[in-house]
Design a binder for this molecule. Structure first.
Ligand code: NAG
Ligand code: NAG
Ligand code: NAG
Ligand code: NAG
Ligand code: NAG
Length: 390
C-alpha cells in the first residue's frame, strides 16, 4: 500500500524533473548518473539532481551545503525525499532515555584518566598530512594512519574484551570510514550506542593538494572520540549495549561516509539506541567561554534532553541550544535514516571559527581544556547509555 503510493509520487516527481533538469530522459531522477559518471546531489530545499564532479567541486568552493546521495540512490529512493522522512521502526524503542545520571561512580575513574596532552599529541600527527580530503591520496594516507592508531589502542584490550576495528570503503572516495566496536554483553547487545566524528578535512580552494590541517574541523572531534575510546578500552570497560566509535570519511563532500554507514545499518535493521556526533570541540570564540552549543535540528529531542542532563553532570559547560542548519554534520545522516542522534558542539556560535576549510585551521587556535570537557561528556554518555545500569 505504502509502496504503491510511493511509486506514484515518484512517478510524478520524475515527470516534473524530466521537464526541467533531465530533458528527454524517461528514467527516474538520478538514473542518468547511476553508472557513476555523475553525482546525485541534494541542495537545501530541493529534490536531488544529477551533477558533474566539477559542479560538485564548485558547490564546495562556494561553501554551499549539500548532501551527496549518489551511493544510496538505489536504496529505497523514497526515504530520501526531503519532505518524507521515514522513521525507522526499530528506532521507536529507543526513545526512552534516563531522566537522571546513574553511573557517575563508574564513569569518574575513567574520566580522571582523560588527557589533553595525549589529545594534543594525536592531533599533532593528524594535522600533519597535507590534507585529509576524502578524494585525495593524502586523505587515504591519513585514514590508514588513523586505522593503525585505533587498532593499536584496541590491541591493548584484555580481560576478554573483544574490541574490533574495521574499515568501510565508499565508492568515489579514496578514504574509508573507520569503525571501532566494543561488543556489549547480556540481553542488550543488539542495541548500539555510537560516538562519531568526521576524519576528513578540506581546503576550499585547492581540494586535492592544498593544505588543510583541519585541526578544529574535525580533527578536534576525531581526537575527542579517540581519547574516549582509548580510556574505555584501557579501563577494560565492559558495556551492556554495544559501543561503537565512528570516524567518517567524506563529511565535507556531502556526508558521504556517514550516509553510507547509516544506510547500511538501516538496511540490516540494526538497532541504534543513540548516536552522538562530535564535530568541532576545540575552538572557543571570545565571549563564549565555557559554553556548549546543543544543536536542535536534525536531532532527537528526547536524546537532547538526556544530553543536557549529562552535560550538567559531567562538564563545566553551560548548554546553549541553537540550530545548526541544513546538513550541518553527520548526525543528519542518522536522523535521515530514522535513527536518534544528538550533536553537542564547541560553542553556541559554532560557525564562528573563520579558519575552518583553510590552511589556517591549526592547533594554535584550539583550547585543549575545552576539548577535554567534550571528552568527559563522551565518557559519561557512553557509560550512562551503554552501561550496566541500562
Ligand atoms: C565513481 O566511481 C565509479 C566506480 O568506481 C567510476 O566508474 C566513476 O567514474 C566515478 N565517478 C566519478 C565522477 O569520479
Ligand atoms: C529527526 O529530526 C527531526 C527534526 O529535528 C526530528 O523531529 C525527528 O524526531 C528526528 N528523528 C529521529 C528518529 O530522532
Ligand atoms: C565571531 O567572532 C568575531 C571575532 O572574531 C566577532 O566579532 C563576531 O561577533 C563573532 N560572531 C558571532 C556570530 O558571534
Ligand atoms: C589552499 O592551499 C594552498 C596551498 O597550500 C594555499 O595557498 C591556499 O591559501 C589554501 N586555501 C585556503 C582557503 O586555505
Ligand atoms: C592564513 O594566515 C596567514 C597569516 O595570517 C595569512 O597571510 C593567509 O592569508 C591566511 N590564509 C587564508 C586562506 O586565509
Amino acid at each position: 500500500m505504502k509502496l504503491a503510493i510511493g511509486i506514484c509520487i515518484w512517478a510524478i516527481l520524475a515527470t516534473v524533473t524530466s521537464q526541467s533538469a533531465v530533458p528527454s530522459d524517461k528514467n527516474l531522477p538520478g538514473e542518468r548518473g547511476k553508472n557513476g559518471d555523475l553525482f546525485y546531489i541534494e541542495l537545501e530545499g530541493s529534490d536531488p539532481v544529477d551533477m558533474t564532479k566539477e559542479q560538485v567541486d564548485d558547490l564546495i568552493t562556494k561553501g554551499k551545503h549539500f548532501i551527496d546521495l549518489t551511493n544510496v540512490r538505489s536504496h529505497s529512493q523514497l526515504k530520501y525525499e526531503r519532505t518524507a522522512l521515514k522513521d525507522n521502526a526499530k528506532a521507536t524503542i529507543a526513545l526512552d532515555y534516563p531522566k537522571e545520571i546513574r553511573s557517575q561512580e563508574q564513569a569518574q575513574p575513567i574520566i580522571d584518566k582523560l588527557s589533553p596532552d595525549v589529545m594534543r599529541e594525536f592531533l599533532n600527527h593528524f594535522t600533519s598530512f597535507t590534507n585529509r580530503y576524502a578524494r585525495s591520496s593524502h586523505g587515504a594516507k591519513s585514514a590508514e594512519w588513523l586505522y593503525e592508531y585505533v587498532t593499536k589502542i584496541s590491541s591493548g584490550a584484555s580481560n576478554g574484551l573483544q574490541v574490533t576495528v574495521s574499515k568501510e570503503s565508499h565508492r568515489n572516495l579514496t578514504q574509508p570510514s573507520i569503525i571501532a566496536r566494543i561488543p556489549g554483553q547480556g540481553n542488550l547487545v543488539d542495541e548500539i550506542v555510537i560516538i562519531g566524528a568526521h576524519q576528513d578535512s578540506i581546503n576550499s580552494t585547492d581540494k586535492e593538494n592544498g593544505r588543510a590541517p583541519g585541526a578544529d574541523d574535525d580533527g578536534s572531534g576525531s581526537a575527542t572520540v579517540v581519547e574516549i575510546f582509548r580510556r574505555l578500552v584501557e579501563a577494560r570497560y565492559q558495556p551492556s549495549r554495544t559501543l561503537e566509535f565512528h570516524w567518517y570519511a567524506g563529511e565535507e563532500v556531502g556526508l558521504v561516509g556517514s550516509l553510507d554507514v547509516a544506510t547500511k545499518y538501516q538496511k540490516e535493521a540494526k538497532n541504534v539506541y543513540a548516536m552522538l556526533q562530535f564535530d568541532m570541540t576545540g575552538y572557543v570564540p571570545t565571549g563564549h567561554e565555557n559554553t556548549m552549543g546543543l544543536v536542535t535540528d536534525n536531532v532527537n529531542a528526547e536524546l537532547n534532553e538526556f544530553l543536557k542532563i549529562a552535560a550538567t553532570a559531567y562538564t563545566n559547560l553551560k548548554v546553549i541550544p541553537f540550530a545548526c542548519g541544513y546538513r550541518c554534520s553527520d548526525h543528519a545522516s542518522w536522523n535521515r535514516t530514522g535513527f536518534p542522534s544528538t550533536f553537542p558542539i564547541e560553542s553556541d556560535v559554532a560557525k564562528n571559527n573563520s579558519y575552518i576549510h583553510t590552511e589556517n585551521d591549526t592547533m594554535d587556535h584550539l583550547n585543549f581544556d575545552h576539548m577535554l570537557e567534550f571528552a568527559k561528556l563522551g565518557v559519561g554518555f557512553a557509560v550512562e547509555l551503554a552501561g550496566e545500569g541500562s
